[in-house]
Design a protein around this ligand. Sequence first.
Ligand code: K1U
Ligand code: ZN
Length: 173
Amino acid sequence: MTLRPILIHPDPRLKKVCAPVAAVTPEIGALAEDMLHTMYDAPGIGLAAPQIGVMQRIFVMDCVKDEGAAPRPMVLLNPEITWSSDERSTYEEGCLSIPEEYANVTRPAKVRMAWLGLDGKRQEEEFDGLWATCAQHELDHLNGKLFIDHLGPIKRQLITRRMEKLKREKARP
Ligand code: K1U
Ligand code: ZN
């Protein structure tokens, strides 16, 4: 298992639409393990492949937050939303590619998602609460969209400028 470096916004790879996973291979299994390891280490509740520079439609998530509760690591290949509720919910989102920036984003409160599992079988499940928010945030990543793209242009530019500054400071010797 390898910890993969997480790309920081702005990066052109975070703006691209990812390609479908063509087949469930041992390499995809190893990638999923690396992604879960990287997500738990960050720490985060989700991670999408483009955040580590892999331009394929795969994300991982585990939104179990309670101390002592069993973790529920999930790996979703080629995920799609098959239904979303009219009811909306607002959550203060963060992103591992936009560190220390948070903003309210309004999305459908519940979604039904279908995906291919690592066993090669199609799965479908309804998510609500933080799971629904996270699943939509991660699917956005696969379509080159960040949570700041749900904000107005002024807030988005402000956050982008702060990230550019952070990257310049990190790059300094
Ligand atoms: O995709 C990502 O960048 C991961 C992101 C997922 C996410 C967070 C909040 C709302 C929607 C999606 C994160 O995991 S940010 C870190 C975070 O939320 C967290 C970190 C430690 C403990 C609990 C949460
Ligand atoms: Zn994110």
